[in-house]
Design a protein around this ligand. Sequence first.
Ligand code: PEP
Length: 254
Amino acid sequence: MKKQFIAGNWKMNLTLEEARGLAKKLCDGLADSEAVDVGVFPSFVYLKDICDILSDSKVFVGAQNMNREKCGAFTGEVSGEMLRDIGCTHVIIGHSERRTIYQETDSMINSKIKAALFNDLSPILCVGEKQEERDADKTREVVENQLSGGLENLTSEQVKGLTIAYEPVWAIGTGKTATPEQANEVHAFIRNTMRSKYDNDTAQSMRIQYGGSVNSKNAKELLGQPEIDGALVGGASLDSNSFLDIVSEAVRAS
Ligand code: PEP
């Protein structure tokens, strides 16, 4: 069984003081937690502070996005090298909000994943279908296309350390959650796709998180599913008690 990975996507939320306070509470609350991996993804402007606060803890710190280019005239952007330089170890790539609001394509996402790996950052690649795509029975097709576009030309060695987050878009921030069975079915499909694209060893070594309105109440059932290796949590990660409760459910499911 793989170690579960619980990640908190703080999105564009919190003041600096609130972000620092939340990181300190997580640091105290997770002091002995070895059984699961935990990571937080604050806004760019808070990353250095949060990296410093969590530097002696086991909590990973990552960014919510990055630029695919190495450096240069890209006003307002942040490179993988910069993230690595301040102590980040992870980066979320291809979140549905980036795909939808900022028109990120699979090819851009693929370049970002390559740039992240080049800079020794572990990517969390987000995939997932919209409501109308699920209604049209296109979930598998959409997810398969996002996987093949996002992972184009990556070797099995490169993808082994990668995390995939299955996040049905209709469940993000809506309070609607995929049923544990719905989520497990798509996770199994993702694992099989990785098996066909690479090999069994690679497919088994990758962690597949579920994301979409995960909270302390539904975490137990979701994390108890055989194909679910953790969660990418948005709203509920902004409250230390809810987030720590989700981590505890992951520990129990391990
Ligand atoms: C997310 O932002 O990736 C997410 C899953 O958000 P929420 O948990 O709020 O649905």
